[in-house]
Design a protein around this ligand. Structure first.
Ligand SMILES: [Zn+2]
Ligand SMILES: [Zn+2]
Length: 158
């Protein structure tokens, strides 16, 4: 199979929405499409810089805004007030998210989508839903267990 030019899927998607296929848009969308979990501005900037492309902040914000406006990507609010971005894949964007309150990671809970089949009042239609669970991810949960020293229980409190 011949190797395909990187970015063709992202470029095609952008062109299909009537947008200009700019380097920044393609790079950002590729990143979102390949990421298994939503990314913050900072993570996107860091990864693009690691890949040899470092668009300035304004260019990055504009590229993300455009992708969100077009419905290609969506924005999720984190409790740290930092937006996370993820690519919208067909109807699968109707899923819930888990937010780790310790490290700030946000992961997609794809298996939960049937839970959004809620009963809406007559005449209402659902475009999107955002359900966020909060807690500790596996790494942070493990770390917490390891960090708790056995002998440090306060005496006197029974
Ligand atoms: Zn965590
Ligand atoms: Zn998600």
């Amino acid at each position: 199979m011949p190797a395909r030019t990187e970015g063709s899927a992202a470029g095609t998607l952008i062109a299909a929405h009537g947008g200009r296929v700019t380097r920044a848009r393609v790079a950002v969308l590729e990143l979102l499409l390949s990421s298994p979990h939503p990314l913050s501005h900072e993570e996107i900037a860091t990864r693009l810089a690691g890949g040899g492309l470092a668009p300035d902040r304004v260019t990055l914000y504009r590229a993300l805004d455009w992708l969100v406006e077009q419905g290609i990507a969506q924005r999720l609010a984190g409790n740290d007030r930092a937006w996370r971005f993820e690519a919208v894949r067909g109807d699968s964007h109707r899923h819930a998210h888990f937010h780790c309150d310790r490290c700030g990671h946000v992961i997609c809970l794809e298996d939960l989508s049937p839970a959004f089949a809620v009963a809406l009042p007559a005449g209402f239609s659902l475009d999107r839903a955002e359900l966020v669970f909060h807690g500790a991810c596996a790494d942070c949960g493990r770390q917490r267990a390891e960090d708790a020293p056995a002998g440090e229980q306060p005496d006197g409190i029974v």
